[in-house]
Design a protein around this ligand. Structure first.
Ligand code: ZN
Length: 124
């Protein structure tokens, strides 16, 4: 049984897929907003190490990470930039709460056109 908060990562529905140009183009529609996790597979389980999002083009954003040493990615689409922001905050705080190693060294940025939105978890 996984710790409850680790289940948050399972809400990212698509993947894991190999982090390659071909797999990104095969699975991720262009010009869509959404969230992604980057990590690796160990003992058949996806281990996330980085959480990110794109408010404009998730396909392009994931490709920017291809040469950073991650083996696999998961992703999901978001209904709005607020949705995408909330999910990224959820993943970021899950890493911190679980004290898992993660490569996000700072809190997710607010969406450009939503400077007043607050993180649902730490209220900043
Ligand atoms: Zn927060």
């Amino acid at each position: 049984m996984k710790p409850a908060s680790k289940l948050w990562f399972d809400s990212i529905r698509h993947g894991p897929y190999p982090l390659t140009n071909q797999d990104i183009d095969k699975h991720v529609a262009k010009k869509c907003l959404g969230n992604h996790l980057l990590g690796s597979i160990a003992n058949g389980e996806f281990i996330p190490r980085y959480a990110g999002r794109s408010d404009s083009d998730l396909n392009r954003r994931i490709k920017e990470h291809i040469h950073e040493g991650y083996g696999h990615f998961k992703f999901d689409y978001a209904k709005s930039v607020i949705d995408a922001y909330n999910s990224e905050c959820k993943h970021y705080h899950t890493f911190k709460d679980l004290n898992e190693p993660c490569d996000n060294d700072r809190h997710p940025d607010k969406p450009d056109d939503q400077p007043h939105v607050k993180c649902p978890y730490c209220k900043i």
